[in-house]
Design a protein around this ligand. Structure first.
Ligand code: TRP
Length: 400
């Protein structure tokens, strides 16, 4: 095992839990992301890296980068070097489809990926792991595929470039692409049962499909898995993902070195907190904890007013005196994700912390910010036809 893998194992009781299946923080303010960087052995996205990003791309950094929502990386400098040299790389991200409607937390990595695709003008590959859901949940093969198609439409509505984005679901795609399966096998041959136990915590009673699944999430990080897109050229890969997916890519990076392929670079997102508080991430299984992409304006308003955990004081008098706490206030946290204007956000923070702005007023600002974003999204979603979806799923060349 590498040091990275060993450090992933040493989780003591008092620590936040972050793995592909569980995410919970110990503190009201949420997960301690700096500690997570140390534990995972990744790098912090600091001001210097952001400055280099802006210099190399000639674009102002996205507010997700400026505000530490994407907070950690592995080897982003490599990707910036490649871009600086006028060479291409590609983006790879994915989603495990679920029957539930997607919520705004699911959208964070996709919104950011869309922006990256625009900034770098590079191909994007999106994997829908319907197979993963069969293995981990009580879902039938037939149903998993349908969920993948529905989720694909939800993802397409984020606004990806049709000409430069390939979307696939594992159940339909892997049988069509021998090179993908061949890479899976190369990966499987590099990782022992002991190692996956160490990385993912699999045990003796886990079904055997789970044990090989990591090779399926790893394979798209190698361009040779998609000869119809890349003509068998070896291109570096950048994976934007939520930090809970990092174990898959720690493994992929170890394997890459042994296969003499480029190690994928990574950009890690933090989680959009649940309405009830930052200890938990937004989760589709709890409708009252989440704002869904198909919620009506009325539902959004009611949920925020009723459930969004407040960092305000118990009475107006006390609030005026002591002010609110933006470290734990969910409406404020949502504004850091969805209100792009830095000056406005700073002003709101100042007013709330001084007690000038009340919780109800802050909630109204959050509602008025999030509602139009969801409405715009819904208008785009209504336009995603089966024909458009098929375009994204076609095996074809992208712009390399
Ligand atoms: N396992 C991820 C999930 O459950 C889906 C996924 C597949 C993914 N490939 C990925 C996520 C690459 C991020 C990057 O959501």
């Amino acid at each position: 095992m590498t040091e990275e893998q060993i450090s992933a194992l040493s989780v003591d009781e008092e620590e936040d839990v972050v793995d592909p299946w569980n995410v919970t923080g110990k503190s009201e303010a949420g997960i301690d992301y700096d500690k997570l960087i140390k534990r995972f052995g990744s790098q912090k996205i600091d001001d210097e890296l952001i400055a280099r990003f802006e210099k190399v791309t000639g674009k102002k950094a996205h507010h997700f980068l400026r505000r530490g929502i994407f907070f950690s990386h592995r080897d982003l400098h490599n990707i910036l070097n490649v871009h600086e040299a006028g060479k291409k790389f590609y983006l790879y991200t994915g989603r495990g489809p679920s029957s539930d409607s997607m919520h705004i937390g699911h959208m964070i990595p996709f919104m950011f990926t869309k922006w990256l695709q625009e900034v770098f003008d590079v191909p994007l590959i999106i994997q829908l792991t319907d197979d993963e859901k069969i293995l981990w949940r009580d879902i039938k093969v037939e149903d998993a595929r349908k969920m993948a198609y529905n989720n694909a439409k939800d993802i397409i509505a984020v606004g990806f470039d049709t000409a430069n984005t390939f979307i696939f679901n594992d159940l339909d795609f892997i049988g069509q692409c021998p090179e993908f399966y061949q890479n899976m096998l190369r990966i499987q041959k590099c990782v022992t049962f002991n190692q996956v136990k160490g990385i993912f915590g699999f045990g003796d009673s886990d079904v055997i499909g789970k044990i090989t699944f990591p090779s399926i999430e790893a394979a798209p990080a190698f361009s040779t898995s998609f000869p119809f897109i890349f003509d068998n050229k070896v291109l570096p890969c950048l994976v934007p993902c939520a930090i809970d997916q990092d174990p898959y890519f720690r493994m992929t990076r170890d394997v890459a070195a042994r296969l003499k392929m480029p190690k994928p670079s990574l950009l890690h997102a933090s989680f959009l907190p649940a309405l009830q508080g930052a200890q938990n991430k937004m989760s589709a299984s709890d409708p009252n904890a989440s704002i869904f992409l198909n919620d009506t304006p009325k539902q959004i308003k009611n949920k925020i007013n009723k459930y969004a955990f407040s960092g305000g004081q118990a009475t107006v008098e006390e609030h005026r005196l002591k002010g609110g706490n933006t470290d734990v206030d969910i409406s404020y946290k949502y504004l850091t994700f969805f209100l792009e204007d830095d000056d406005k956000l700073a002003e709101i923070k100042k007013q709330y912390e001084s007690g000038e702005l009340l919780t109800g007023e802050l909630k109204k600002i959050a509602i008025d910010t999030i509602t139009p974003i969801i409405q715009d999204y819904q208008a785009r979603r209504a336009k995603v036809t089966d024909e458009l979806m098929k375009e994204f799923f076609k095996l074809r060349k992208l712009n390399i």
